[in-house]
Design a protein around this ligand. Structure first.
Ligand code: UT7
Length: 377
C-alpha cells in the first residue's frame, strides 16, 4: 500500500509579540487572570497576510523535503482566515510559491483545519490522486478579532506552519484518523459578520462580533478529543504507553492537561506552545510539530497522537508514525519582510478601524440564521 510520509516541515511565525500587559492597556483584564485560566503569556500579531505566512512556511517545508516547488501537485490551505473567499486562499499561496503544477484547495473546519487537511491529503496520496502534497495550517485571527471583547481577545494569535507529504512504500505517516463533529453545539462559537449570510445587511466586513461560550466549549472539547483519541488508539491497536509524543491543538493549557489525563499520557510527552503563541487555531498543531522537530523531541519512528477541536464543533485525533529522517534536507531563503510596527500598534490600528461609529452590539445576526433553521423539518 502507498503511504503518505511527512518529509518536510516549516513554520513562519510573525515576529511582533503581544503580551498580556499589552492587552490590559485596552481591556479590563490582567496577566494573573490570563495565565491562570489559559496558560498564555504572549501571542504573535502578523504584519503580513495569511497567504504570505502560509507561503513562507510552505517554501520552508518544501526546501526541508529537498524538493522544488514544481514537484508539488497539491496545496491544501487549512484555516478559517481567508483574505477572500473567491478566489480561494490556497491559490494565493500557490501564486506566491510559484508552484504552477499544483491543485489548490481550501479546507475550513476552524481550529481542526490543519488536521482535517492532513487526513484528507494523506488519503489523496494513498489513493494515488496526489504524489507530493503541501498541507498548510495558517491563521490571521488578529484581523477579525473583536478587540473590545475580553472573553476572546486574550486567547488568540497569528501564525503558520506547513508539512510536505510524499507517496512512499515505507510504512508510516498518518496511520489512524478519528474525525467527528458535535454540531448541536455549533452555536457556541460563531464569528458574526464573516460570510455571505451577512452581506447586504449593513455589516461591514471586519466589524466582527464573536459568540463564544468558553466553559461549554471547554467541556465539549475535552470530551471530543478524549473520545477521538481513545477510538484512534483502539482501532490502531496501540495504548497510551506506546505514544511517544502528544501534539494537541493548543487552546488552553488546562484543556491540554485534561486531554492528556484522559488519554493516560504524561505531560512530559505533550508539546506545549500555548504560553508563547496563544491559540492560533489551525496553526497550533503544525507549529508545535515543527518546534518538536527543531528541539530534537521527534525521534526516528516516533508515534504521535494529535487531538484537536474547533468551531462546528469539529473534533478529531490523528495517529502519526514518523519516518526515519528527523533533520531537514535543505533550507529556504524565503523570509517575511520586516515588521515596522509593534504588535500593540498594529492591534490599536485595527481597533481604531473596527468601531468607528459606536456600532450597536444588539441584534447583529444575519437573517439567514435568525429566521430559518437550515434543514429543519
Ligand atoms: O480553539 C477553539 C476555541 N477555544 C476555546 O473555546 C477555549 C475553551 N474555553 C476556555 O478555554 C475557557 O472557558 C476560557 C479561558 C475561555 C474561560 O475560562 P473559564 O475558567 O471558563 O472562565 P469563565 O468564562 O467561566 O469566566 C470566569 C470569570 C467571569 O467573571 P464572573 O462572571 O465570574 O464575574 C468572566 O467575566 O472571568 C471573567 N473573564 C475575564 N476576566 C479577566 C472572562 N474573560 C476575562 C479576561 N480577563 N480576559
Amino acid at each position: 500500500m502507498t503511504n503518505a510520509a511527512i518529509t518536510g516541515w516549516g513554520a513562519c511565525m510573525p515576529p511582533a509579540v503581544l503580551t498580556n500587559a499589552d492587552l490590559s492597556t485596552f481591556l479590563d483584564t490582567n496577566d494573573e487572570w490570563i495565565t491562570s485560566r489559559t496558560g498564555m503569556s504572549e501571542r504573535r500579531i502578523s504584519h503580513v497576510s495569511a497567504q504570505e505566512l502560509g507561503a513562507v512556511s510552505a517554501a520552508r517545508a518544501i526546501a526541508c523535503a529537498g524538493l522544488d516547488v514544481q514537484d508539488v501537485d497539491l496545496i491544501m490551505y487549512g484555516g478559517c482566515s481567508n483574505e477572500e473567499v473567491v478566489p480561494n486562499s490556497a491559490s494565493g499561496v500557490q501564486l506566491l510559491l510559484g508552484a504552477t503544477k499544483a491543485a489548490s484547495v481550501d479546507i475550513n473546519t476552524a481550529c481542526t483545519s490543519f488536521l482535517y487537511g492532513l487526513a484528507s491529503a494523506s488519503a489523496m496520496i494513498q489513493s494515488g490522486m496526489s504524489k507530493v502534497a503541501v498541507v498548510v495550517g495558517v491563521e490571521l485571527i488578529s484581523r477579525y478579532m473583536d478587540w473590545s471583547n475580553r472573553n476572546v481577545a486574550v486567547l488568540f494569535g497569528d501564525g503558520a506552519a506547513a508539512v510536505v507529504l510524499q507517496a512512499s512504500d515505507e510504512p508510516g505517516g498518518v496511520i489512524g484518523t478519528s474525525l467527528g463533529c458535535d454540531a448541536e453545539a455549533r452555536d457556541t462559537l460563531r464569528v458574526r459578520g464573516m460570510g455571505a449570510g451577512y452581506t447586504g445587511f449593513g455589516v461591514t466586513y471586519g466589524d466582527m462580533i464573536w459568540d463564544f461560550d468558553g466553559p461549554n466549549i471547554f467541556k465539549r472539547a475535552v470530551r471530543g478529543m478524549a473520545e477521538a483519541s481513545d477510538k484512534v488508539m483502539r482501532e490502531a491497536g496501540v495504548t497510551a504507553d506506546d505514544i511517544d509524543l502528544c501534539i494537541p491543538h493548543q487552546a488552553n493549557l488546562r484543556i491540554l492537561e485534561s486531554v492528556a489525563k484522559h488519554a493516560g499520557i504524561p505531560m512530559e510527552k505533550v508539546i506545549v506552545t500555548v504560553q508563547k503563541y496563544g491559540n492560533m487555531s489551525a496553526a497550533t498543531v503544525p507549529v508545535a510539530l515543527v518546534e518538536a522537530l527543531e528541539q530534537g523531541r521527534v525521534k526516528p519512528g516516533s508515534l504521535m497522537l494529535m487531538p484537536g477541536f474547533g468551531g462546528g464543533l469539529t473534533y478529531c485525533s490523528l495517529l502519526v508514525r514518523w519516518g526515519q529522517r528527523v533533520t531537514p534536507l535543505g533550507t529556504s531563503d524565503r523570509e517575511l519582510r520586516p515588521a515596522t510596527k509593534t504588535a500593540l500598534e498594529m492591534v490599536n490600528e485595527i481597533r481604531s478601524k473596527q468601531d468607528p461609529h459606536g456600532r450597536s452590539r444588539e441584534g447583529l445576526m444575519a437573517p439567514v440564521f435568525s429566521d430559518s433553521k437550515v434543514g429543519a423539518a
